[in-house]
Design a protein around this ligand. Sequence first.
Ligand code: G3P
Ligand code: CA
Length: 323
Amino acid sequence: MIIPRRDFLQLFGSSITTITTSALVPAFNETRAKSTVTKEPKKILIAHRGASSYAPEHTIASYQLALKQGADFVEQDLQVTRDGQLVCLHDLTLERTTDVKNVFPTRYREELVAGSPTRRWYISDFTLQEIKQLDAGSWFDSKFKGARVPTFQEAIDLVRGKAGLYPETKAPEVYGKLGLDMERLLLNALKKNHLGTRSSEQHTPVIIQSFSAESLRKLSGSLKTKIPLVLLINDEMRGGWLTADGLKETKQFASGIGPAKALLDKDLVTQAHAIGLSVTPWTFRLSDKGSFKTLSDEMKYFLYELGVDALFTDNPDLFPRTR
Ligand code: G3P
Ligand code: CA
C-alpha cells in the first residue's frame, strides 16, 4: 500500500493541519510552499512486530498478514548476530520465541535474575546460520511450525513498495560493547537497498525509532541521517523527556516522540505538536484495551480525541481509519 506523500508530511515534521503543495517532505526540506489547503491528516497504522496478535511476532507470516490488513508501516525490532547480521527479534535472547533450548541446549549463559540462576541464549552468541535453524513459530501456534527469524534484509524484501519500514535500534549500547555498530549496520542496509532517500520515501518510507536518545543522536549527528527519528519513551524516562524542556531537547535530534500510551494526555499531545514533534503511542492490542469497550474504541480515542498522529498495534485489522 502506497501512502500519499501529503499524509507523511504530518508525521515526519509536524502535526499542523496545513498541507503543503511542495513535493518535499519536511524531514528532507523544511521549506513550505505558500499555497495551502486545510484537511485532517491521515492517521498512520504501524503493525507492531507485524500482525502479532494473529501470527508469531517478527516472522514473515506476521509481516505478510500486516500488509494484508492494510498496515502503513511494518515494525522491525533489530538485533545483531555474532557475525554482524541484523535480524528482527524483540528480545536480546532467543528462548522466549524460538526452540533454541532444544537445538542448542548447552549454548546458554547463566545469569542471576532476582537471585535465581537463569539460562539465557543471547542472539549475539549465535551466527545467522545457527539462528536460521530455529523454529520461531511453534511457541505461538503449531500451525506456524518452521517459521524462521527473518533478517532485516528479508523484511525489506517483503515490505518494500507495499508499506513503510519502522526499524527500532534495540539495546544498541549492548551491541556497541561487543564491537557491533547497530546504527551503522542499519544505515548501510538501507543505503544498499536505496532506501531512506527522498525518492524512496514515496514508495517505501522509513522511520527509525529507539528508546536510546544516544542512538538517535548518533544517527542524526555523526552519521548524519535525514531519516525521521522517533524517541520511544517508557515510564522510567517520562521525568526526563515528557516535560517542556525534555520535548525541546528531543526536537534537537528527532522528529517525534513515541510514548507508552499510559503516559499520554491531550495536553502532552498539544505541547509536542506545538513544537513540531509527531506523537506515536504504543501498544494497542486486544489483550490490553483498559476500560474501553472495544480496541477500536481505544484507538479512536487516542487518534481522534487526543489527536495522536500514528500508533503501534498488534491488531492492524481493527485500526479505525475514520472517527
Ligand atoms: O517500538 C514501539 C514499541 O514496540 C516499544 O516497545 O518493547 O514492544 O519494542 P517494545
Ligand atoms: Ca518495538
